[in-house]
Ligand binder design. Structure first.
Ligand SMILES: [Zn+2]
Ligand SMILES: [Zn+2]
Length: 194
């Protein structure tokens, strides 16, 4: 199974201070986001990264950028949103103290997220990117901050409708009569050609 977010850090040779710039484009195999808005699977995600060997691991800093698509929560029109997030993650070398400290069984460790760990020379940025992208997306995407949404009577998108779009609100008894009247009218139309 392809793992596009995996980066080989062998060339840093675990020498503290050695660093490398990496620019790469990956695509997630799953949508990155929520039900309402996400970077779709297969959409390119550009990673601009700086990898730096530090004493206990590899520090990754940089940005991830892509485009998320979703639906306006008011009018259901498609929304596209540029995504650009900062990434900062320290990947610990296997067996180093920082890994053991956070993975240790002291009670304080419960509320500390364990550092991600390098697998040999390989680091996997998928969780890092996901954790940065998902909270950056809007909970309630809007096509426009002033989107007026849909007419509750007929479902037309109000921003596309006449400015005075409205419906006569009829007394229910009149509504029944008017439904009857329009039925007679349409029956009349059917008969008209004869
Ligand atoms: Zn809208
Ligand atoms: Zn309407």
């Amino acid at each position: 199974m392809a793992a596009p977010f995996i980066i080989n850090t062998r060339d840093l040779a675990r020498r503290p201070g050695s660093m490398r710039q990496v620019a790469l484009t990956v695509a997630a195999s799953e949508p990155l986001g929520s039900e309402v808005i996400a970077i779709p699977a297969g959409t390119p995600i550009h990673l601009d990264l700086r990898l730096e060997a530090v004493s206990e691991g590899v520090l990754v800093t940089g940005t991830a950028s892509s485009v998320a698509t979703g639906e306006c929560v008011r009018c259901l029109r498609e929304v596209t949103e540029d995504v650009e997030v900062d990434l900062t993650e320290l990947f610990a070398y296997e067996g180093t103290r920082s890994q053991r400290t956070v993975a240790g069984d002291s009670e304080d460790s419960q509320d500390v997220d364990p550092l991600p760990v390098l697998d040999g020379d390989l680091l996997d940025l998928e969780a890092t990117v996901t954790d940065a992208v998902v909270p950056s997306l809007p909970f309630q995407p809007l096509c426009d901050p002033d989107c007026a949404g849909l007419c509750s009577e007929c479902g037309v998108r109000l921003d596309d409708a006449e400015p005075d779009h409205h419906h006569e609100v009829l007394d229910p008894r009149w509504a029944a009569l008017s439904a009857l009247a329009s039925r007679e009218e349409s029956e009349g139309e059917e008969e008209a050609p004869r």
